[in-house]
Design a protein around this ligand. Structure first.
Ligand SMILES: N=c1c2ncn([C@@H]3O[C@H](COP(=O)(O)OP(=O)(O)OP(=O)(O)O)[C@@H](O)[C@H]3O)c2ncn1[C@@H]1O[C@H](COP(=O)(O)O)[C@@H](O)[C@H]1O
Length: 104
C-alpha cells in the first residue's frame, strides 16, 4: 500500500477515536468548518514557504496540506481513489486546451 493509501486508512480508523488521544478525532469532533480552515491555513503556509522559505519548510508544509486534505476528504466520505480517478481522467488533456473548451 502506498503512503497516501495508508494515511487514508489511518485517518478512517482514527476518526471516531477519543479526541483526547487523536488529532484526527479532534479535527472531526471540531467539525467541517475547522477542517476546511486548517487546510486553508496550511495552503497559505505552503505558499509562504514556496516564496520565502527553505526547501525543507516547503516539504513540511506540503505534507501538512496533504494530511489536512485527506482529513477533509475523509470527513466528506470522498475517497482517495475517486480523486485519483479524476486525475487519471484528466491525464493527457492540456490545462490550456481544457480552459479553451470552457470559454467556447
Ligand atoms: N500525518 C499526520 C500529520 N501531519 C500533520 N499533523 C498535525 O497537524 C497539525 C498541523 O497544524 P498546526 O501546525 O497548525 O498545529 P496546531 O496549531 O497545533 O493545530 P490546531 O490546534 O490549530 O488544530 C500538527 O498538530 C501536526 O502534528 C498530523 N497529524 C497526524 N498525522 C497522521 O495521522 C495519524 C493519526 O494521528 P492521530 O489521530 O493524532 O493519532 C498519525 O499517525 C500520522 O500518520
Amino acid at each position: 500500500m502506498d503512503t497516501l493509501s495508508r494515511l487514508e486508512a489511518t485517518i478512517a480508523s482514527r476518526r471516531n477515536a477519543d479526541p483526547a488521544s487523536s488529532y484526527v478525532a479532534q479535527l472531526n469532533h471540531r467539525g467541517l468548518a475547522v477542517m476546511a480552515r486548517k487546510l486553508g491555513e496550511e495552503a497559505v503556509e505552503t505558499i509562504t514557504a514556496a516564496l520565502a522559505g527553505e526547501r525543507e519548510e516547503l516539504v513540511g508544509e506540503a505534507a501538512d496540506v496533504l494530511f489536512h486534505l485527506m482529513v477533509l476528504l475523509g470527513a466528506k466520505d470522498v475517497t482517495l481513489a475517486e480523486v485519483l480517478a479524476e486525475l487519471d481522467r484528466r491525464e493527457g488533456t492540456s490545462g490550456l486546451a481544457e480552459k479553451a473548451s470552457r470559454s467556447e
